[in-house]
Design a protein. Structure first.
Length: 235
């Protein structure tokens, strides 16, 4: 439900940004001079995905003019810049590609300008989740002497490194006792993974109990998970 709400707001913002602006000196609106289309309205914030944008000069505009594209996030393919100038030697259209960065944002403004006239559209960089990830604790069965230890969380893509997860990706954690009346752990509700790895500490809530606990890491809304077994021992 939350995802649907965010998309609705983005479309509403686009409607507002597409209103015609009139140049009082010429009596012409921007829509009579230049219009812009985007191939997609949303792409993953993975540092790799791209959106094709096309600016079309209209009937009231002369051909062979310089068109300036700008974006407030991401960058233009081949330049690593947020602004690019394209001069069309013939015809009345120009194309450019925006490549996403890894920051999630529902309101990214793309614009195209010729002379004093400009047009804009709003697009989104949506959260990119890893294809697969693993939860490790030094070994598959980590012993917590006196109820203390460290667990390392590792996320890894299985796509030859072509894309990455978005920044500030939440990985949620829960525990499941493997024995009746077994020990309980104190673990974070979630960890934030900014790049590819994160680590966190766990401790035992029972000072003398001996037993095994399974720690499970999962992504919200995803069936995939990774788990590791921790063995709690007495002093």
């Amino acid at each position: 439900m939350k995802k649907f709400f965010s998309i609705s707001i983005a479309l509403f913002a686009f409607t507002l940004s597409s209103c015609d602006e009139e140049d009082p000196r010429s009596g012409l609106t921007s829509a009579q001079i230049i219009q812009m289309q985007t191939e997609n309205e949303a792409i993953p914030a993975d540092g790799n995905s791209r959106i094709k944008i096309t600016a079309q000069l209209q009937s009231e505009s002369d051909p062979n003019q310089e068109i300036t594209f700008t974006t407030d996030q991401g960058y233009f393919a081949g330049t690593e810049q947020k602004k690019i100038h394209i001069v069309k030697a013939s015809g009345k259209s120009a194309e450019a590609y925006i490549i996403s960065n890894r920051e999630v944002n529902d309101y990214i403004t793309l614009s195209a300008k010729v002379g004093d006239f400009s047009t804009s559209k709003t697009v989104s960089f949506t959260r990119a989740l890893p294809d697969a990830f693993t939860l490790t604790a030094g070994s598959s069965r980590q012993v917590l002497n006196n109820g203390r230890g460290n667990v390392s969380l590792n996320l890894q893509f299985q796509n030859n490194g072509a894309a990455k997860n978005s920044m500030n990706t939440q990985v949620f954690l829960k525990q499941r006792p493997l024995e009746l009346n077994g020990p309980s752990l104190s673990i974070p509700e979630f960890v934030i993974v900014d790049d590819q790895t994160a680590s966190f500490n766990v401790s035992c809530l029972d000072s003398v109990l001996v037993g095994s606990v399974q720690v499970i890491a999962y992504l919200e809304g995803a069936e995939d998970s990774s788990r590791v077994e921790l063995i709690v021992v007495d002093k």
